[in-house]
Design a protein around this ligand. Structure first.
Ligand SMILES: Cc1ncc(COP(=O)(O)O)c(C=O)c1O
Length: 389
């Protein structure tokens, strides 16, 4: 049987094996330890931040940043509607209300709509406690515009860079924007610790507060003394060792994803109705603004193409190839049905037309050849069917 091809599987090799073995043999199997300290230093340096707190997930990092800022019941947190549920869930954990803002054609938060949301919420007398822009599929959001709006209103920005580690905007690395940012090391991301995340900031007090809350809010005394409700959110030493090995290969793994983006671009170059999502000319280069090529997605105009993104997804699935729609916007999710949302129809359009294709750095030439053959067959059948009509 031919192996199933996944969207973005972990890319693990001898460097990772050696790193985990090193950590195991060092005796630091208990949570925390020198690998965690080194991993934090290395990710802070990679993203140009002064402080990094290694955590059990990106979701935990979002949650702790909000808690450390004192976000809670009665507050509003404005975030992108076009995101994975984790962003909105973290807001809900604090008891604050998520307010969703739709995206522009890049898939990232629409800054004009964000301005409208901020002024509307202020008019209603609501406290906006934070803004969480999301770097969708590895494309860094427009933080210059977001920061100027946030500054006007005195609201801190928490950048959800879960998907964008390794991307840049005007030369600045993803994770360096906002008063704080989070990244994810989930198994499907550009690099992984199997599960994990990090909070990044230049604010030492915020980092210290997050660290404290992440370790059950233990007071620094010999007996167990607690004055706050804490969480068990820290990353283990073994997983940090895995992360360090992955970080050492990150730029090379991103190059492989970039090569895959180019292959898809060539593959669909003459296909009517298909565009590569969110990658204007130049964005595929190694320029000062570039995404991290986490996922290559296509947008299908079904009238021009004669088929829909769902048709292709189903055809690939039958042949053991995973492809997925873009995130279903949060304002369309039943769980957030009651939430306030500022919409323009773009997120729902991208959801209807977008399809992410296998993009992992682990995919080799043979894997891509299988994907290209399968897509080629699909396009051929569709052309023939159209001709027969
Ligand atoms: C945009 C976004 N935010 C947050 C998360 C949460 O990260 P984690 O899975 O590490 O909790 C993810 C991915 O999983 C994500 O894609």
């Amino acid at each position: 049987m031919t192996a199933r091809i996944y969207l973005s599987p972990p890319d693990i090799g001898p460097a990772e094996e050696a790193a985990v073995l090193r950590a195991l043999r060092s005796g630091w199997v208990a949570p925390l330890g020198p690998e965690v300290d080194a991993f934090e230093r290395e990710v802070a340096e990679y993203t140009g931040r002064s402080h990094a707190v290694a955590l059990s997930s990106g979701t935990a990092a979002l949650h702790l940043a909000l808690l450390a800022w004192g976000v809670g019941p009665g507050d509003i947190v404005i975030t992108a509607s076009m995101t994975f549920a984790a962003t909105a869930n973290a807001i809900a954990y604090t008891g604050a209300e998520p307010v969703f803002v739709d995206c522009d054609r890049t898939g990232n938060i629409d800054v004009e709509l964000l301005a409208q949301a901020l002024s509307d919420q202020r008019t209603r007398g609501r406290r906006v406690a934070a803004i969480i822009p999301v770097d969708l599929l590895g494309k860094v959001a427009n933080y210059e515009a977001i920061a100027s709006l946030a500054r006007e209103q005195g609201v801190p920005v928490l950048s959800d860079a879960a998907e964008s580690l390794g991307a840049r905007r005007h030369g600045r690395p993803a994770g360096s924007f906002g008063e704080a940012a989070i990244v994810s090391f989930n198994g499907n991301k550009v690099m992984t610790t199997s599960g994990g995340g990090m909070l990044l900031t230049d604010d030492g007090a915020l980092a210290a507060r997050a660290r404290y809350l992440a370790t059950q809010a233990r007071q620094p005394v010999i007996h167990y003394e607690h004055t706050d409700v804490g969480y068990n959110y820290r990353l283990s030493n073994l997983l940090a060792a895995l992360g360090r090995a992955q970080l050492g290969r990150l730029d090379a793994m991103i190059e492989l994803r970039r090569a895959t983006r180019r292959r898809y671009r060539d593959l669909f170059a003459t296909t009517p109705g298909v565009t590569i999502f969110g990658a204007p000319d130049g964005a595929d280069s190694d320029g000062p603004t570039r995404d991290n090529f986490w996922l290559t997605s296509i947008l299908v105009d079904s009238e021009a193409a004669g088929w829909s993104s769902a048709n292709l997804q189903q055809y690939l699935a039958i042949h053991g190839i995973e492809a997925r729609p873009l995130w279903k916007p949060m304002h369309l999710q039943p769980v957030f049905a009651g939430a306030v949302a500022y919409t323009n129809g773009t997120g729902s359009d991208l959801f209807a037309r977008g399809l992410s294709l296998p993009s992992g750095s682990v995919h080799n030439d043979a894997t891509f050849a299988r994907i290209a053959d399968c897509i080629g067959d699909f396009l051929h059948r569709r052309t023939e069917a159209k001709g027969a009509q």
